[in-house]
Design a protein around this ligand. Structure first.
Ligand code: GDG
Length: 471
C-alpha cells in the first residue's frame, strides 16, 4: 500500500518551553492551515522540526500523541542550536524568504548558512530513507528543501518526489544575487514535479532555468510544462492553494454575533515584514485624516500573530508597528473610540470565524505574498455576503481574485486610503454581487481541488486514495 510522506520544515504542532515544562503549540502560518485541511486525516506521515533542539522519549511521545489527536502521524526531528541558527533562521529565513519576497536588503549571504542548508537537507534525506517503504510517495513543502531530492538520490531512495513552493519565485534579477543559485536550481530539477501558486512564479522559475542552466530542454505546455535535464524530466505546474470552503462556511453559521456599532475593518497577519503592516497603518492614518466624517464610525481590528523566526528584522518591525499604532490611537482616539484595536497574539479559531463573518472589510496589504489564505478564509466565512475584500495586488490571490475584490498597491498610501474609503461606502448591492462571485470561485477552487490537482499530476492519485487514520 502506497503511503504519503509529507515533509515540511516545521510540524503542524511543535514544543515550546514554558518555565520548566514543554507545552504543545499549533505552528503558525498558511502552510500548516492548508495542509491540515488538505490531508483530511489521511495516514500520511509528516516529517518536520518539532521546535526543540533535543527530543527525549517523553517529548517524542507527547508530540506523536497530540499529533494523532489532530489527525496526523508525526515524525518529529530535533534541530541543534546551530541548525536552527544557520539553516532555519539563516539560509531559509535570512536569505531565501527575504529575497523571494523582494526584500533584498535583508538577505545575508553567509557561507555558513549555505553549509547548514546542505547538511540539513542531507539529514532529512537520511531520515526519510529510514522511514520510507518501497511504494511510498514523497510530498515536500517549501523553500527549506531545494536540495532534498538530490540527497535522496545519493542515499539510494528511488521513490517519486513532488515539491510545492508556498512562497513566490522571484525574477532572475533577484534570484541571481544568490551565490549558490545554480546548485539550488539543479537541486530542484531532481524532483518529479514542482508546483507553484501562480503563472508568474512559474515564468520566473523558467526564466532562471533558461539563463542559468545549460543543456536543458523546456517544453511549455498547459497545464503541465516539462523540463528535461541530465537524462531526467521534471513536470512544472501551477496550483493556486485554497481553503476548505465548506468548513469555514459551516463554522460561520454558528458564529456568535460581534458588537457592530462600528464598521469593522479586519486585518489577520503573522508578524512579518512581507505583510505590509507598516504601510497599512500609514494608509489608515491618512484615511482618518482625509475622511473625518468616518471617525467613531469605523474600527481597525488588527491581529498580529507571533512569529517563530528569530531574526532582528522581526523585533524591529514589532517596535515600529506598535509605535505607529499608538501614534494613530493617540492622535485620533477619543474617550469613546479607539481607532485601532491591536491584538498582539494568536486569536483563537472561534473568534477568528466571528471576525470573518461580521467584519465589513478584510484588508490584506502584503508587500509580496505567495498566495495569502486570509482573504479566501474571509470570503468562505462571510456567509451574509455583505463584506468587501481589500487585497494587495502583490499577493498570489490577486491574480485569481482581482475581479471580485478591491485591489490596492500597498506602496501607494493615498490610493490605499481611498480604496478603503470606497470599500466602506459601497452600496450593499455592489458589495454583495462582488462577494457572491468571490465565494463562488473559492467554493469551486477549494483546498480539495488544490490537493487533488497536485497529487494527480504528481502521482496519478487523489487524496481519497490514501487510507484514513482510525481514531
Ligand atoms: C505561506 C505563504 C501562502 C493568522 N493569524 C491567526 C491565524 N492565522 C492563520 C490564518 C491563515 C494563516 O494563519 C496565514 O496564512 P497566509 O496564507 O495568509 O500566510 P503565511 O503564513 O505567510 O503562509 C502564503 C501560504 O503559505 C499557503 O501556501 O498562502 O502566501 O506566505 O490560515 O487564518 N489563525 C488563528 N489566529 C490568528 O491570530 N487562529
Amino acid at each position: 500500500m502506497e503511503r504519503l510522506i509529507v515533509v515540511s520544515a516545521i510540524l503542524p504542532i511543535h514544543l515550546q518551553k514554558e518555565g520548566k515544562e514543554y507545552t504543545v503549540k499549533v505552528s503558525p502560518g498558511g502552510l500548516v492551515t492548508a495542509l491540515k485541511q488538505a490531508l483530511k486525516k489521511r495516514q500520511a506521515i509528516w516529517i518536520g522540526w518539532a521546535g526543540v533542539n533535543r527530543l527525549n522519549k517523553q517529548m517524542k511521545e507527547l508530540i506523536v500523541k497530540e499529533g494523532t489527536k489532530e489527525g496526523f502521524i508525526l515524525y518529529p526531528v530535533p534541530f541543534t542550536d546551530e541548525e536552527r541558527k544557520n539553516f532555519f533562521d539563516g539560509f531559509s529565513n535570512g536569505i531565501i524568504w527575504p529575497l523571494f519576497h523582494t526584500f533584498q536588503a535583508y538577505a545575508r549571504f553567509e557561507p555558513s548558512y549555505w553549509n547548514a542548508y546542505k547538511s540539513v537537507n542531507k539529514k532529512f534525506a537520511q531520515i526519510i530513507k529510514r522511514v520510507i517503504h518501497k511504494d511510498d510517495l514523497i510530498w515536500v513543502h517549501d523553500y527549506h528543501f531545494f536540495l532534498l531530492p538530490e540527497y535522496l538520490k545519493k542515499a539510494g531512495v528511488k521513490n517519486k518526489t513532488a515539491f510545492f513552493l508556498h512562497i513566490p519565485f522571484p525574477s532572475p534579477e533577484l534570484f541571481f544575487k544568490i551565490p549558490w543559485r545554480i546548485d539550488l536550481l539543479k537541486g530542484l530539477l531532481q524532483y518529479d514535479l514542482i508546483g507553484f501558486h501562480t503563472y508568474i512564479d512559474r515564468k520566473n522559475f523558467l526564466d532562471c532555468i533558461n539563463e542559468l542552466i545549460e543543456n536543458v530542454n523546456i517544453q511549455i505546455k498547459e497545464p503541465v510544462t516539462r523540463i528535461s535535464y541530465n537524462g531526467k524530466t521534471v513536470k512544472i505546474g501551477v496550483f493556486p492553494i485554497s481553503v476548505d470552503f465548506d468548513y469555514y462556511e459551516e463554522k460561520a453559521k454558528s458564529a456568535k454575533p460581534l458588537d457592530r456599532r462600528r464598521k469593522i475593518i479586519l486585518g489577520i497577519d503573522r508578524l512579518d515584514y512581507t505583510k505590509g503592516l507598516i504601510h497599512k497603518i500609514k494608509a489608515y492614518r491618512l484615511f482618518l485624516q482625509k475622511y473625518p466624517e468616518l471617525h467613531c464610525k469605523v474600527k481597525l481590528v488588527q491581529a498580529v500573530a507571533p512569529n517563530i523566526k528569530k531574526l532582528p528584522e522581526y523585533d524591529q518591525l514589532k517596535v515600529e508597528f506598535e509605535h505607529l499604532v499608538s501614534d494613530v490611537n493617540g492622535k485620533f482616539g477619543t474617550d469613546r473610540w479607539t481607532p485601532i484595536q491591536y491584538i498582539s497574539r494568536r486569536v483563537d479559531f472561534e473568534k477568528l470565524i466571528r471576525y470573518y463573518r461580521y467584519s465589513d472589510v478584510c484588508w490584506v496589504n502584503s508587500i509580496k505574498d505567495g498566495m495569502n489564505l486570509v482573504g479566501k478564509e474571509y470570503a468562505a466565512a462571510n456567509i451574509d455576503e455583505n463584506g468587501v475584500l481589500l487585497l494587495s495586488e502583490f499577493t498570489g490571490a490577486a491574480t485569481e481574485l482581482h475581479n471580485n475584490c478591491i485591489l490596492v498597491n500597498p506602496y501607494d498610501i493615498e490610493g490605499t486610503a481611498d480604496a478603503l474609503y470606497r470599500a466602506l461606502t459601497m452600496s450593499l448591492e455592489e458589495k454583495s454581487q462582488m462577494m457572491k462571485r468571490l465565494r463562488k470561485h473559492i467554493r469551486r477552487f477549494n483546498i480539495g481541488w488544490w490537493s487533488n490537482a497536485f497529487l494527480e499530476t504528481a502521482f496519478g492519485k487523489k487524496i481519497e486514495d490514501f487510507p484514513i487514520l482510525e481514531d
